[in-house]
Write a protein that binds this ligand. Structure first.
Ligand SMILES: Nc1ncnc2c1ncn2[C@@H]1O[C@H](COP(=O)(O)OP(=O)(O)OP(=O)(O)O)[C@@H](O)[C@H]1O
Ligand SMILES: [Mg+2]
Length: 148
C-alpha cells in the first residue's frame, strides 16, 4: 500500500497536482482542511488501519515533520512516495497573488516555509522520490536526482 508525502511551499501546486493525478486513488489528508493535528491523526490512523492509499497534502518542509509520517507509514508496511514541488519563491508568490481572495495565503507563509525547506533525501525512508514542476502547460514529473 502506498503513502504519498508532498513537499513544497504554499503556491507550489500540491493540491492542484492531487486533483489532477491522485484524486481517484488516494485520500487527501490536509491540515488546511482538517484544521487540527488531532483530526489529522484520526484520519491518518484510519487510512493506515484500513490499508487505504493516502496523500499528506501539507507543505512538510522540514525533515523532522516528514519523519513522523514516514515512521508511521513504515510501521504499517506502506511504501513511501515523495513528490517534491519546485518551490521557487518568486513563482509561488506570483501564483499566490493570482489566487482568489479566499484562497490566498499571506506572502510571509511562503517566505517562512521556503526558509524551513530541506530537500528530501532517500535516507529519510522514501522508496520513490519525484521532482514536480508546474509550468504553463501543466505539471512535469521527473525522477529524483540529488544534484537538482
Ligand atoms: N496548470 C497550471 N498552470 C498554471 N497555474 C496553475 C496550474 N495549476 C494550478 N495553478 C495555480 O497554482 C496555484 C497554486 O496551486 P495549489 O493551490 O495547488 O498550491 P499548493 O501547493 O496546494 O498551496 P498551499 O500549500 O497553499 O495549499 C493556484 O493558484 C493555481 O491556480
Ligand atoms: Mg494546497
Amino acid at each position: 500500500m502506498e503513502a504519498v508525502l508532498f513537499i513544497g511551499v504554499p503556491g507550489s501546486g500540491k493540491s492542484s497536482f492531487f486533483k489532477e493525478r491522485l484524486f481517484n486513488s488516494h485520500v487527501r489528508i490536509s491540515l488546511d482542511l482538517l484544521r487540527t493535528r488531532h483530526r489529522e491523526k484520526r484520519l491518518l490512523d484510519l487510512c493506515l488501519a484500513t490499508e487505504q492509499r493516502f496523500v499528506i497534502d501539507n507543505t512538510n518542509p522540514a525533515k523532522q515533520e516528514r519523519f513522523a509520517y514516514i515512521e508511521a507509514a513504515k510501521a504499517n508496511r506502506f511504501t513511501i512516495t515523495g513528490y517534491y514541488f519546485c518551490s521557487k519563491v518568486e513563482e509561488c508568490l506570483r501564483r499566490n497573488a493570482a489566487r482568489p481572495d479566499d484562497q490566498r495565503v499571506p506572502d510571509v507563509a511562503i517566505l517562512s516555509s521556503a526558509k524551513k525547506l530541506e530537500l528530501p533525501t532517500f535516507d529519510e525512508g522514501f522508496d520513490q522520490l519525484f521532482y514536480v514542476r508546474l509550468l504553463e502547460g501543466g505539471f512535469t514529473v521527473d525522477g529524483w536526482r540529488d544534484d537538482v
